[in-house]
Design a protein around this ligand. Structure first.
Ligand SMILES: *Cc1c(COP(=O)(O)O)cnc(C)c1O
Length: 450
């Protein structure tokens, strides 16, 4: 399989290069030239398979012969070693829990797969790399955990000090060894900008910088899997269409679904559920794209993104072109996008109401990100009554225990803490290693330390 850059100003590369580089040299994102298809019978047969077995079939279809079967199986079994259970909430509506990994975020799925892929390719190439991560909350924790003690890789994480929870911070600051976490006063978008600038900075090219943000295709790829998996768990007949609701920030979650759809997954509709950062639903409505700067702080803090980095890939998938600044150079097929995707912006007020109602109606706790997904599904159900027969899956992307204050305030219940989080709570934090305010500070830090 070959990958092009969404900016089209650099050479096409194979899977290995796309993974090790993260971002293309022209600041675009790597995207598959062609999306391979699975046939209907094969997808229906997923009903009888385990998650890892489905993972092997789907991933080998894309990775092809760049990784031998046995090695790919080992990578999958190491990375995807936790369940993704599905629960029936109403007659037609299901939730798939993607929060059962070590950092209790759906990001574990992409990150652990990426870490294992990278380790495999780096060993082959006899290479060392430094991974730069910008995080709005959950990516950092998942990256630190996935890459901890992996040979040949050092991780530097930038996070917005004032926008993340204590637990999210502790997931990044209690590890040490090959992990360095730096808190800054600015916002997530500023972290992301610094990281992107560093990638494009020729003075730093000797450091072999790479990315674990969802701009890396290796993270996106495994995010196709839970769509196939959850679909297979709930369908009754072949080619049954269903609705997916994906809580969305940088749109890696949603892109996983859209790629699965192009691979043959019978999607009825994909709901891009966003918080008050409503640049995407506005774009669908008007055809004009305008980022939100600065991004708006909402309680679903891992989705506080005013310009989704994967949007360039989405636009590319629909025949358009968007550069790294968010300028639309070529309009995509808007009709087709609107056919496949519906997007709703959910206010914090409605997110909170949804958490309360969900508990009252179903006696279960949903956390802010999942609540945005669930609330968007309710809007879809109201707006598209003709789809009432279709089943739906909402992706729950984090464990409620990561947002205890919000949950206690709303429903007066302390969410039970999973063991992996309990352990982190007690660990000692490593103090912030350096004060970073500008890109020059960041660059100087990298030059001095590596
Ligand atoms: C990152 C994240 C999301 C959004 O995923 P994107 O791929 O950025 O759209 C949703 N929920 C949680 C808990 C997350 O950490």
């Amino acid at each position: 399989m070959l990958f092009h850059s969404t900016n089209y100003k650099t050479k096409e590369v194979g899977f290995k290069t796309a993974i090790l580089r993260g971002q293309a040299l022209d600041k675009g994102l790597y995207m598959l030239n062609q999306i391979p298809k699975l046939n209907k019978n094969q997808i229906y047969s997923f009903k009888n398979l385990e998650f890892q077995e489905i993972a092997f079939i789907v991933l080998s279809k894309i990775i092809g012969d760049e990784i031998p079967s046995d090695d790919l199986k080992t990578i999958i079994n190491r990375a995807l070693n936790f369940p993704a259970p599905i629960e029936k909430i109403t007659k037609k509506d299901y939730i798939c829990y993607l929060d059962r990994g070590p950092t209790c975020s759906f990001k574990d799925i992409g990150m652990r797969t990426l870490a294992n892929l990278m380790e495999y390719f780096l060993k082959q190439e006899n290479m060392n790399i430094i991974i730069l991560v910008a995080t709005s909350g959950d990516t950092g924790g998942a990256a630190c955990n996935a890459f901890y003690e992996i040979n040949g890789i050092k991780v530097v994480v930038l996070y917005p000090k004032n926008e993340i929870s204590e637990l999210q911070r502790k997931q990044m600051t209690t590890l040490g060894k090959n992990i360095i976490s730096i808190g800054i006063e600015e916002k997530f978008d500023d972290c992301q900008k610094m990281v992107k600038t560093a990638f494009a900075d020729e003075d730093l090219s000797h450091l072999n910088l790479s990315s674990a943000n969802s701009i890396n295709f290796g993270r996106l790829l495994p995010q196709t899997l839970y769509y196939f998996w959850s679909y297979a768990q709930i369908i009754e007949k072949k080619d049954e269409k269903i609705i997916f609701s994906a809580p969305s920030g940088n749109f890696g979650n949603l892109m996983g679904g859209l790629i699965a759809y192009r691979m043959g997954l019978p999607g009825g509709k994909f709901i891009a559920a966003v918080n008050e950062n409503n640049e995407f639903p506005q774009f669908l409505k008007t055809g004009v794209y305008q980022k939100i700067e600065p991004s708006i702080n909402c309680i679903s803090n891992a989705m506080n993104v005013g310009h989704p980095s994967n949007l360039a890939r989405l636009i590319d998938l629909y025949g358009g072109q968007m550069n790294e600044k968010g300028n639309l150079l070529k309009k995509p097929n808007m009709d087709k996008i609107r056919q496949d995707i519906v997007s709703y912006s959910i206010s914090d007020e409605l997110t909170k109401k949804t958490i309360e109602r969900f508990y009252k109606n179903f006696n279960k706790i949903i956390e802010p990100h999942g609540a945005v997904g669930w609330a968007a599904l309710q809007k879809y159900r109201r707006d598209y009554p003709r789809d009432f027969k279709l089943k739906s899956i909402t992706l729950e992307t984090a464990d409620p225990a990561k947002f205890p204050d919000e949950i206690i305030n709303l429903i007066n219940i302390t969410p039970e803490m999973p063991i992996s989080l309990k352990k982190i709570e007690k660990k000692k934090e490593i103090p912030n290693p350096v004060k970073i305010e500008t890109y020059q500070d960041f660059k100087a830090f990298l030059k001095e330390n590596f």
